[in-house]
Design a protein around this ligand. Structure first.
Ligand code: FAD
Length: 419
């Protein structure tokens, strides 16, 4: 996929801040302070949500928007600084989980003590671990187009001026089997455009997951019946990437029976493309992995840590994946009584002058969002270590002591017998 905009909710921002990346992150991003929900077909404003400061204070993070390429560069530089060795332009063509070895397209073979597969939903690692092609075999739900629009071009068109008044405000369009999200990015002044379309007739090519660059004309056609601003944005947009969106639950097994191979990120729990939490869940997984492996003293701890990671993460990831799938259904709800109820609930809040989704009918949903943003994976990993990890190490020490004492008693007995 070519790069577009990525959303970073407070749960991931606080981890990156803790890792010392605050200044670097702030330099490439824009803070999201509010979003407006518009009707896809007409442009009618259905509602606005202004983020409460206390939700960010309570969760210890903030909501940032940035260019995916900038984020990737930032993480790359941080990894290098921390001592990682990164080989780019290298393709893994096969994986041997029992030998803990991968083969590259060059023919080179690499062996390791542990393999962590973070190669995305259509990578090889999840197939190697589970023996199934779970993502590849699932049918696509819809199409996702990922692109950006230069803000300078938007400012020249009076019809798009509203979208440029504040770079802190994002836009969500709710449509009949269609949805769009637009937000300003840090760095180069660009507006991210995420489009989800569920065409009634579309030839989903088997095996295709992501096509790096398709013609903007195709994307415009997929917009179908929509308000004029969306057509204008699409006309000014750069060539988009097209992705098949699949709705599937996380894998059952993230660890290969060898106990030496693990999958994390979208390789373990694919999200609908363009989800708010895609990048966040992958970083949360890495944070837990790092915490667990900070206690590594001997090789026999590796399988325990890999299984602990799945145990710690699977519940959280399953609920976030479900929530993101729900967000997509909410945004793309087909016309009918359910959609009318949704629109009327939003209109009601506007009529009452409310600018918080945390009030009224959406209260329960909002409590879930707060819990989602407030989650701290590093705390979970620390708790696991205190509750289980240390106990296991002590039990191991006791068994070793016992074995040593038994061995020395046997050798005393043996030597006295010899005497
Ligand atoms: C090029 C690209 C652009 C993206 N742009 C956006 C965006 O603009 N907005 C957004 O919200 N999300 C974007 N995403 C998705 C986003 O990065 C993920 O949803 C999220 O970060 C989860 O990351 P992940 O590490 O689990 O998987 P991914 O980010 O998908 O990373 C997987 C990595 O594994 C590599 N890989 C896969 N197979 C092999 C192999 N056989 N050998 C070697 N390497 C392999 C891929 O090249 C990729 O670098 C993009 C992903 C990619 C790969």
């Amino acid at each position: 996929m070519s790069h577009g905009g990525i959303r970073l909710p407070p749960n991931v921002v606080k981890i990156l801040y803790k890792w010392g990346l605050k200044d670097a992150l702030d330099a490439i991003s824009v803070e999201s302070r509010s979003f407006e929900m518009d009707k896809y077909e007409t442009g009618e404003v259905l509602g606005t949500h202004v983020w409460d400061d206390d939700i960010f204070t309570a969760t210890g993070g903030t909501f940032l928007l940035c260019h995916h390429a900038d984020l990737r560069q930032l993480l790359h530089d941080a990894a290098i600084e921390a001592g990682a060795k990164i080989h780019t332009g290298v393709k893994v063509v096969s994986v041997d989980c029992n030998a803990c070895q991968v083969t590259l397209s060059s023919g080179a073979k690499l062996r390791a003590d542990v393999l962590v597969g973070a190669d995305g939903c259509s990578g090889l690692m999840s197939q190697a671990v589970t023996g199934k092609n779970v993502f590849g075999d699932a049918s696509p739900h819809c199409l996702f187009y990922n692109t950006t629009v230069p803000v300078e071009l938007m400012q020249r068109d009076p019809a798009l001026a509203d979208l440029c008044i504040s770079k802190y405000k994002s836009f969500v369009w709710l449509g009949h089997n269609a949805g769009v999200t637009g937000f300003h990015l840090g760095g180069e002044a660009e507006f991210a455009l995420h489009i989800w379309a569920q065409p009634s007739r579309y030839d989903y090519r088997e095996g295709e997951r992501c096509t790096a660059e398709v013609s903007p004309k195709e994307m415009r056609k997929q917009l179908g019946h929509c308000e004029p601003r969306l057509l204008k944005l699409a006309a000014l947009a750069k060539s988009p990437a097209r992705v098949h969106v699949k709705i599937i639950p996380p894998l059952d097994n993230w660890v290969h029976p060898s106990g030496r191979v693990l999958v994390i990120g979208e390789a373990a729990h694919p999200l609908p493309a363009g989800s708010i939490q895609s990048g966040a869940l992958a970083v949360e997984d890495s944070a837990v992995l790092a915490k667990l492996f900070s206690h590594l003293r001997s090789e026999d701890q590796i399988p325990t840590f890999l299984y602990a990671l799945q145990e710690l993460r699977e519940g959280r990831c399953a609920s976030v994946v479900k929530c993101e799938q729900g967000n997509l259904f909410f945004q793309m709800m087909p016309h009918g009584p359910k959609q009318e109820r949704r629109d009327n609930m939003l209109r009601n809040l506007v009529a009452k002058g409310r600018t918080r989704l945390s009030s009224g009918e959406f209260f329960d949903q909002w409590e879930q969002v707060k819990a989602l943003f407030g989650y701290d994976p590093e705390d979970q990993a620390d708790d696991w270590w205190i509750k289980w990890g240390i106990l296991r190490e002590r039990a191991k020490d006791r068994t070793r002591d016992l074995e040593e004492r038994m061995n020395s008693r046997f050798s005393v007995l043996a030597s006295s017998h010899n005497v």
